[in-house]
Design a protein around this ligand. Structure first.
Ligand code: URA
Ligand code: URA
Length: 249
């Protein structure tokens, strides 16, 4: 398995290029050699740059490691209500080079208390689903659309999802998975920027910037509607088949 880090790096580079392309970048120019400083420099040290030279939009997040990104997330106050009501941010957990990520909606009470995604009742069901696929938490990576718990577990607002999107995208770039499994409508609709229902998104493969995406029901929904477990098992079988490690066939 000594090729894994290289493959991971290649996927990371490819995904970065794909996201630049999605953002409209058509070509990458080699940066010109820095010109020598002018003899009489107009901008003296300590003089602020004119506003016209400052970037008008925030630079994309450039954290180089998941640890650095986690530190940025822990200090985030973009969503005032969430930042003032959370116990802690819930970043993500698992194998930082995972081939497969599971994407949920937002931390609940247990996750807010423990700082880890999917540790409540839904998480226990997720563990069983993983086990049925011959996987455990250390094989995959678990993360959410939001990194803070919405009060009373309400759905994320559009603004909250937007605020957290930069973290989600950077986190996925750094992990560079080949597959994402979206758990529930909020995760699936947010990631894929669609309003199509989870019932219609499930059962087929989707694409997110070159990453294959499978959508299925949220474990909390399965706890309330056990008869839907059959469909989730169908979705997991499709996912495992695509990954080259079929189960239950
Ligand atoms: N539900 C989610 O969507 N994510 C969690 O982390 C926990 C419960
Ligand atoms: N509605 C949701 O939001 N999620 C599900 O998993 C199923 C129905």
């Amino acid at each position: 398995m000594s090729e894994e880090p290289q493959n991971n790096l290649n996927r990371a580079i490819l995904q970065t290029l794909e996201s630049l392309h999605a953002a409209g970048v058509q070509q990458l120019a080699k940066p010109p050699a820095a010109p020598p400083p002018p003899a009489s420099s107009l901008q003296q040290a300590g003089t602020p740059a004119p506003a016209s030279l400052l970037p008008s939009t925030p630079a994309p997040l450039s954290a180089l490691t998941l640890n650095d990104l986690q530190t940025e997330v822990a200090a985030c106050t973009l969503c005032e209500e969430l930042a003032t009501t959370r116990t802690q941010t819930v970043f993500g957990v698992g194998n930082p080079q995972a081939k497969l990520c599971f994407l949920g909606e937002a931390p609940g009470a247990d996750e807010d208390r423990l700082g880890e995604p999917f540790v409540g009742r839904g998480g226990q069901l997720l563990d069983k689903i993983l086990a049925a696929c011959n996987l455990d938490r250390q094989d995959v990576y678990l993360l959410n659309i939001l990194r803070c718990r919405p009060p009373n577990n309400r759905n994320p607002t559009e603004q909250e999802s937007q605020n957290c999107r930069q973290f989600l995208e950077r986190q996925l770039q750094l992990i560079a998975p080949e597959f994402i499994c979206c758990l529930g409508a909020v995760a699936a609709q947010n990631l894929l920027s669609t309003t199509v229902t989870i019932g219609r998104l499930r059962g087929k493969l989707h694409d997110y910037r070159g990453i294959k995406v499978v959508c299925t029901y949220h474990p909390a929904y399965l706890l309330r509607n056990p008869s839907a477990k059959k469909e989730t098992w169908d979705d997991m079988q499709m996912l495992m088949r695509e990954m080259g490690t079929p189960v239950g066939e």
